[in-house]
Write a protein that binds this ligand. Structure first.
Ligand SMILES: [Zn+2]
Length: 129
């Protein structure tokens, strides 16, 4: 006789996953900022920060070019070998002079030909066992 009627149809839960994808993007420094961080004085400050327990590795291991802190010397050195870091160096090298410098050059009316920016991985002291 009568067929059993279908019950318990599937509810679509497509909505569940949408919200998550938006929040994962981390904000890092702009290339401009990193270029100014690379100037000798700023760099020296960033690479010799005071111990700060709230920062990864107490702020003692900082990659200037990626604006990232590392827990220790070893993980920082590992980072130097990664694609992320190398790509970053390349990008910094190719990045033209900052807007500010371009404007200054224009204002002075004399064009200063762009030098190649030298970007190297910072030197680290080899003092681990
Ligand atoms: Zn790096």
């Amino acid at each position: 006789m009568g067929k059993s009627k279908q019950t318990g149809n599937h509810k679509s839960d497509a909505k569940k996953h949408i919200a998550k994808t938006w929040k994962t993007k981390r904000r890092t420094k702009d290339m401009d900022e990193i270029h100014s961080d690379m100037k000798t004085e700023a760099a020296a400050k960033l690479l010799n920060q005071e111990v700060d327990v709230d920062v990864t590795g107490c702020a003692q291991h900082y990659c200037l070019h990626c604006a990232r802190y590392f827990v220790d010397m070893r993980s920082m050195k590992e980072h130097f070998k990664t694609k992320v870091h190398k790509r970053r160096l390349k990008k910094l090298r190719e990045e033209p002079y900052t807007q500010a410098e371009a404007e200054r050059a224009a204002g002075m009316g004399s064009y200063i030909p762009a030098k190649t920016v030298e970007v190297k991985t910072q030197t680290v002291e080899e003092d681990m066992d």
